[in-house]
Design a protein around this ligand. Structure first.
Ligand code: UD1
Length: 439
């Protein structure tokens, strides 16, 4: 059996939605807790498939985990294993990031290459070169990255590192590794994403000396040991952005909290350019007030630019605009796979390389579609909410990876969405009949 989503479009939404803790912060903070030889508590941890997988990896390293509600206790007093299992790492790219803290704690870490994924090849060369700069000997054999610190002290040493690209993951890996290194590390051209800042704040709560997170230059003065901390994860800016688009695309007023409006600056600016108003009702509450949708060009960029994780959702919105939009994906090389699915719903989109030209149409029509990656699945839900008739979405494991209770949250706002169990063969047959790959 497999579950599919039935979305009946054109219901008006209204009301207030609660935003969960940030997935990408939760994943890396779970890795960060491995730096600490005392128990740590994370709060506001979203209940997601990706978080469960990260938990399995942390457990596989011999670390104790205890989850109750949105609280996660991590006790990495002992890390019993320096090797992360391939079956788990291959399912979750973010799990590669454990290489930094495990290496810093044990002087050795072996983590399989995460491999490509639905949105691109996603190499780890920047992580590897940075760890080498910190004094690690890094070899890649048989698909496993083996990093170790030679010599008796087993401690990395601080270094000046320039990242060719402000990779979020590489910044996080190197920041974690440097917290326990001997001496000072400077990361130049670092990623400025709010999740990097959240990781830095968590590490500081554990006693790390980190300055400049959220700017292009991060300075870390290594300390010999961290101590326990109790830390609350920031709200998920991508989830909040998805609900802002839900309001705009269904022409509904939706309010959402808790959010950190500063984390959504680029998305809010784009939404305004596309006609909607966004009101800040309190310092942590946003409300979207819709208007007819205008076309606008979008180019994804590292933070504070427009996030690649919002590109698919905004493309869904632009399909219903009254004009032409040029959407350029610059962060990942293969992140326009939702275009084919939106076209099935009547969207007018042409693609050349990493550029999509969207010509707005007056209406989308419900169709069977397949979610190709996490944010693409959110875009299809949004398109389905606005479309005429019923949209049936397959591939829900993508949605479950990164959105906590999206269906329930939307239903509470008045959406007509239902999760339906169907035999796997049925979805495959439907997919073949409709010319879609079943994978
Ligand atoms: C993180 C987010 C993801 C988001 C992305 C960009 C997590 C768990 N995931 O992914 O949701 O879409 O940031 O905001 O936090 N690259 C290299 N070499 C490297 C590392 C990256 O070439 O060593 C390239 C990647 O292939 C990609 C680009 O850099 O084209 C950006 O990747 P990166 O910022 O590292 O993204 P992630 O940390 O994987």
């Amino acid at each position: 059996m497999e579950s599919v989503l039935h979305v009946r479009g054109r219901s008006a939404l209204s009301g207030q939605v609660t935003i969960s803790g940030a997935k990408n912060a939760a994943l890396v903070l779970m890795a960060g807790a491995l730096l600490c030889p005392e128990p740590c508590r994370l709060r506001n941890v979203p209940n997601l498939l990706d978080v469960k997988r990260m938990g399995q990896i942390v457990r596989a390293l011999g670390v104790k985990l205890d989850a109750h509600g949105d609280v996660l206790d991590i006790d990495a007093t002992h890390i019993g294993q320096s090797q992360a299992p391939y079956e788990l790492v291959s399912q979750l790219r973010a799990s590669f990031f454990v290489i930094g803290p495990v290496l810093a704690r044990l002087g050795i870490a072996r983590v399989p290459l995460p491999g490509g994924c639905a949105i691109g090849a996603r190499p780890v060369d920047l992580h590897v070169r940075g760890l080498q700069a910190l004094g690690a000997d890094v070899q890649i054999h048989h698909g496993v990255v083996r990093a170790c610190v030679r010599g008796g002290r087993k401690r990395l040493r601080g270094a000046k590192i320039y990242l060719d690209y402000p990779s979020v993951g590489a910044t996080e890996t190197l920041m974690m590794a440097a917290t326990l290194a001997d001496g000072e590390t400077t990361l130049d051209n670092a990623a400025q994403e709010p999740e990097v800042v959240d990781l830095a704040n968590f590490c500081r709560a554990m006693g790390a000396k980190i300055q400049g997170a959220g700017t292009k230059t991060i300075r870390i003065v290594g300390v010999p040991r961290l101590h326990q901390a109790d830390y609350r994860i920031v709200p998920d800016r991508i989830e909040a952005g998805t609900f802002l688009v839900a309001g705009a695309i269904t022409q509904s007023e939706i309010s959402m909290s808790p959010v950190i409006p500063d984390h959504l600056t680029a998305a809010i600016a784009k939404l305004r350019a596309m006609g909607s108003q966004v009101a800040m009702d309190s310092p942590n509450t946003l409300r979207v007030i819709p208007s007819p949708i205008e076309a606008a060009d979008i180019e994804t960029q590292p933070y504070p630019g427009f996030p690649t994780d919002m590109q698919a959702q905004f493309m869904a919105l632009s399909t219903l605009s009254n004009g032409n939009s040029v959407i350029t994906e610059t962060v990942f090389e293969n992140r326009l796979r939702h275009v084919a699915e939106l076209q099935r719903m009547g969207a007018d989109i042409r693609v050349k390389g990493n550029i999509a030209v969207v010509r707005g149409v007056p209406m989308l029509s419900g169709a069977p579609v397949v979610a190709t990656d996490l944010r693409a699945s959110a875009a299809l839900v949004l398109a389905g909410l606005a479309a005429d008739g019923k949209t049936v979405i397959q591939g829900l494991h993508h949605l479950d990876r990164g959105y906590e209770n999206l269906t329930e949250k939307l239903c509470r706002l008045g959406a007509d969405i239902e999760r339906v169990m169907v035999p796997s063969s049925e979805t495959a047959t439907e997919a073949i009949e409709s010319g879609q790959p079943s994978a």
